[in-house]
Write a protein that binds this ligand. Sequence first.
Ligand SMILES: *Cc1c(COP(=O)(O)O)cnc(C)c1O
Length: 413
Amino acid sequence: MKNLKKQDPQIHKAIIGELKRQQEGMELIASENYVSEAVLEALGSVFTNKYSEGYPGQRYYGGQEYTDVVEKIAIDRAKKIFGAQHVNVQPHSGAPANIICYFALLKPGDTVLGMDLSHGGHLTHGHPVTLPAKIYNFVRYKTKADGKIDYKELEEIAVKHKPKLILAGFSAYTRQLDYKKFRAIGKKVGAITMFDIAHIAGLIAGKALPNPVPYFDVVTTTTHKTLRGPRGGMIMCKKKYAQAIDKATFPGFQGGPHENNVAAKAVAFGEALKPSFRLYAKQIIKNAKVLEKELTKHGFKLMFGGTDNHMVLVDVFGSKGVTGKEAEVALDKVGITLNKNMIPDDSRNPMDPSGIRIGVPAVTTRGMKEKEIVKIAKWIKDTIENHRNNKKLKEIKKEVIALCKRFPIYKNL
Ligand SMILES: *Cc1c(COP(=O)(O)O)cnc(C)c1O
């Protein structure tokens, strides 16, 4: 970054600081990851200068010979990974991708049936503060005490409310969904089915979880979580909905696509097609299972009874009398980054909930395996149990940094 260093030392310094933070810290935020240097290079490329409103072969501006190349490659690779009939790689991120789908498939006032937010659903699935909640009528299904979804109850709610759209997908739910049941319920009530796989896309791409794309009418995702690409969104759908989705993306909701970002998505999808990505996805699940086992051993209560994916949701308040916020702050002090999170039907408030969410995709990218996860679980326990003991926290921090140094990232930056 020699130009940046010379021209704008303030921003350069902040970037170097962030790089060091990422290198030295233990990243356990379930939605974060480290992209490859190749993805960073595509993201920082001259494609950022180019306007390319429209789609490959049908653009509103000239000079598209190379934007068309990268966007077509991105689409083809996504189709190959997920077996999708139609792909739109232009959504700027996960939230826009979801809003675009609502806009494409619904009329104002239509009913959407989605997962309760405190049971793992995402803000964009109809939280009252969001735009979609002002436009559409969201109704909810929940998980049962054992963490499973009661599909009979889901069906009853669907029959009662006659939703136009049934939503699957989550940011803090840890169990495998029954794709066929969603499809059957959608069919029974005449609803379109949509699955937001933002969190688990990489696990699906790496064949560590079954692929839902054949079962749902529409599938949205982010590209920057387990899929390990640039920040961005993507929509996959059946041919039947292709035109509506493309029109709702542009000109319906967005302007020009970010082709530097599309190029970086193509690079990440290329990585996801390699055999090494399958090993990565498999290792994520192995690591999450070890985390589940160790935390349970240390006396933590895991919501939904454990995990089938890359994360766990822990009731730290119920387990140790420490709130989610207190746990997050204490763990930050030892260099372990994660987030406080609501647990199902949380009696505490969202700013200081009962839970924390812990995910392993980023540490798995660094090469950490079962042995390291055992250590991490112990540090989490010791930090939470000693959250007011600054001397102890300092000792743990030294150990955390030492382990991270043994698993370097971005050696060539
Ligand atoms: C992260 C996430 C999103 C939003 O993605 P952004 O890129 O932050 O807009 C949408 N849905 C789910 C389920 C998510 O986990």
